[in-house]
Design a protein around this ligand. Structure first.
Ligand code: GLN
Length: 193
């Protein structure tokens, strides 16, 4: 199994080491030619979504990655990655991939609460969740499953082959969320032969 991690900006290295810890090959997607060898899943890391969006366009990665996601490539967006996937961004900003049927609010916890940690249930197990100037989902579409909430706000969702978390699971010792994604990849119709 090979997982591509978007590596134009942000916390991509942490995802690659987390994958290595779980015995999975992760590789950096920095430019168009990195997409030429086949891969089974995609991670969009945390960082700054406006910078990533600009770089995705400049590097000619936006359209090919969007097509892959639309064709069912399993994708996992954390924090800024969740914003990149969202169909709608509150406040009128244009969507980036726009493939995940949610509306996100960016920097949703205010300046003071920009960074905090909490423990919440994720798909049935309690895990630590670090938030860094995080978004949450204000609206989810009817085909979207809510996997985690914090203070009644939606912070992790799944829609088919797309998984998104407002927090940074790769910054804790807990591997539950990464394992959840790798199971999605293993069960993906694209990878079952
Ligand atoms: N605040 C960032 C944004 O809006 C996301 C922060 C993060 O990924 N930790 O893009």
């Amino acid at each position: 199994m090979r997982i591509g991690v978007l590596a134009v900006q942000g916390a991509f290295a942490e995802h690659i080491s987390r994958l290595a810890l779980l015995g999975t090959e992760g590789f950096e997607i920095r430019q168009r030619k990195d997409l030429s060898a086949p891969f089974d899943g995609l991670i969009l890391p945390g960082g700054e979504s406006t910078a990533m969006r600009r770089l995705l366009k400049e590097l000619d990665l936006l359209v090919p990655l969007k097509t892959m996601i639309q064709n069912g490539l399993p994708v996992f967006g954390t924090c800024a990655g969740m914003i990149l996937l969202a169909k709608e961004i509150s406040g009128g900003e244009a969507p980036c991939f726009g493939t995940l049927d949610i509306t996100v609010r960016r920097n949703a916890y205010g300046r003071q609460l920009g960074s905090f940690r909490c423990r919440e249930q994720f798909a049935g197990s309690e895990i630590e969740m670090p938030f860094i100037r995080a978004p949450y989902a204000e609206r989810v579409g009817e085909n979207v499953t809510v996997l985690a909430q914090h203070e009644n706000r939606i912070i992790a969702v799944r829609e088919g082959s797309q998984l998104a978390a407002a927090f940074h699971p790769e910054l804790t010792d807990d591997t539950a969320v990464c394992k959840y994604f790798l199971q999605m990849v293993a069960k993906s119709p694209l990878n079952v032969v």
